[in-house]
Design a protein around this ligand. Structure first.
Ligand code: TRP
Length: 463
């Protein structure tokens, strides 16, 4: 097979193989941990509305472009960008886009793995019945005790990186399909169960209201651009796994027969539904128990265990929930490291196992910074009108998701919309020149780049 049609890492066995892996990448801590806490910090219903607009107008078009580039280039993001630039007679410096993605992947994985470590720890806390009939004070106490213990965090972080490394070393197409096929639907049903519990709480409608109805009051003292739009956009990139080459790498293992556009809508819808369900499950608990919506990254760890402590068979369901969340995080972390591993395999002439080991060690080392930033090295600063208390951890998260990912997205949009010949994108998408293509082409040429540019210029303080 020529390099044009197949990747050296193998191919997904079917359209579903790719779709499941991509959904596995998209659905993760971003939906269940990050989305609710950002909604709580950045204005409730308004944030949700802006987020949905970002997914539709910027996220989906860029996801289509990113997969398209990956499938056309058939290599890791660095080489893919170089070889596509070559095909279109452009500068090889487009490879830098791939490098930026590899770097962003390391930064994200470094703290992602620590949060996944919290999830691991909670499997055992909930399983041991720590939260049976617990109140808010107990829930807060358990959380604070965990994050102030660097040794425990380090142990969980190490275990999680090892889990990720094991699957990546075997090759993503072998490790992922079955995991996602079975566990994602289970996670989905457990979320429905939690929503059912939320319905039984006193303040269910207050929670719904907070989540879905934009409220002027939540805008007070907030700047629309920097406090709502920028974090909502960052969350759209983070949650859809776009802007850093993860989905590009997955796209490079995709067969030419699969419809990219159809896949992207499916992935985005699944991802959004999970995030909204998590929000519906969490905010009624927040209000019923008098928690602060803006409680920061600990929000789900301080709310959901209370619910498990109250519901029948809560210990069982709680345990199961955190196990499933762990798997969701696992399938996401794998995609964050895949571009780096694929790069090492294709360029350093080493085996996949060796490449994975090196990448794993690097990611583990980076993670130490997050572990310490939660306790010994904690410092606080202000961003988007919110006081961030976890120093480097918050800083990494903000830099990666609000700046590196959207910047990667901007470059992807500009490359696909302005630098690639139209015939190339037409041929690769293979949906003809009808309205679907036209809508995408307009979004990728104008809406996404202009939107991103305006947000960036605002973020650096130009207006
Ligand atoms: N989307 C994942 C989540 O929501 C995280 C993730 C996986 C990611 N791969 C990514 C984020 C690539 C940005 C880029 O948990």
């Amino acid at each position: 097979m020529s390099i044009k049609n197949a990747s050296i890492h193998g191919q997904w066995s079917s359209r579903w193989g790719f779709m499941l892996a991509a959904i596995g990448s998209a659905v993760g801590l971003g939906n269940i941990w990050r989305f609710p806490y950002l909604v709580g910090e950045n204005g409730g219903g308004i944030f949700v509305l802006v987020y949905l607009a970002c997914v539709l107008l910027v996220g989906i078009p860029i996801m289509i472009a990113e997969i398209l580039l990956g499938r056309r280039g058939r290599q890791n993001p660095v080489n893919t960008m170089q070889s596509l630039a070559n095909q279109e007679s452009l500068s090889r410096h487009w490879g830098l886009l791939g490098w930026m993605g590899v770097g962003a992947g390391f930064i994200i994985v470094s703290y992602y793995s620590v949060i996944a470590g919290w999830t691991l720890a909670y499997i055992f806390r909930v399983g041991a019945g720590v939260f049976v009939d617990a109140d808010v004070l107990v829930a807060k106490q358990v959380f604070v005790t965990l994050i102030s213990d660097p040794e425990k965090l380090l142990a969980w972080h190490t275990i999680f990186i090892m889990l990720a490394v094991i699957v990546i070393a075997r090759g993503v197409e072998k490790g992922l399909e079955n995991t996602v096929k079975i566990l994602m639907p289970m996670l989905f049903f457990l979320l429905l169960l939690m929503v059912a519990y939320a319905m039984s709480t006193e303040k269910f409608f207050e929670g719904l209201h907070y989540l879905f109805i934009p409220n002027q009051e939540h805008l007070a003292n907030k700047d629309f651009f920097s406090d709502i739009l920028l974090p909502a956009l960052g969350q759209a990139f983070f949650s859809l796994s776009i802007g850093m080459g993860a989905i590009m790498a997955y796209g490079s293992y995709l067969s030419n027969k699969t419809s990219i556009v159809f896949s992207c809508f499916t992935i985005a819808i699944a991802d959004t539904v999970v995030a909204l369900l998590a929000g519906i499950a969490i905010f009624p608990i927040v209000f019923t128990y008098g928690l602060e919506p803006a409680s920061g990254p600990g929000l789900i760890f301080m709310t959901l265990p209370i619910a498990f402590g109250q519901m029948p068979f809560g210990t069982f369901f709680g345990c199961l929930f955190f196990i499933l969340l762990l798997f969701a995080a696992w399938t996401s972390a794998i995609s964050l490291l895949e571009p780096a591993v694929a790069w090492a395999v294709e360029n350093c002439n080493i085996s996949r196992i060796k490449a994975t080991a090196w990448v794993g060690i690097l990611a583990w080392l980076f993670g130490l910074l997050t572990v310490l930033s939660l306790n010994h090295w904690a410092f606080s600063f202000q961003f988007a009108g919110v006081v961030k208390e976890n120093g480097l951890f918050d800083l990494f998260d903000i830099v990666a998701s609000n700046f590196l990912l959207p910047l990667g997205g901007l470059l992807i949009a500009v490359f696909a919309g302005w630098f690639m010949r139209k015939q190339s994108t037409l041929a690769e998408l293979d949906i003809g020149n009808g309205w679907v293509y036209q809508c995408w082409y307009f979004a990728i040429r104008y809406i996404a780049p202009l939107g991103l540019l305006i947000i960036f210029l605002n973020a650096v303080g130009l207006f």
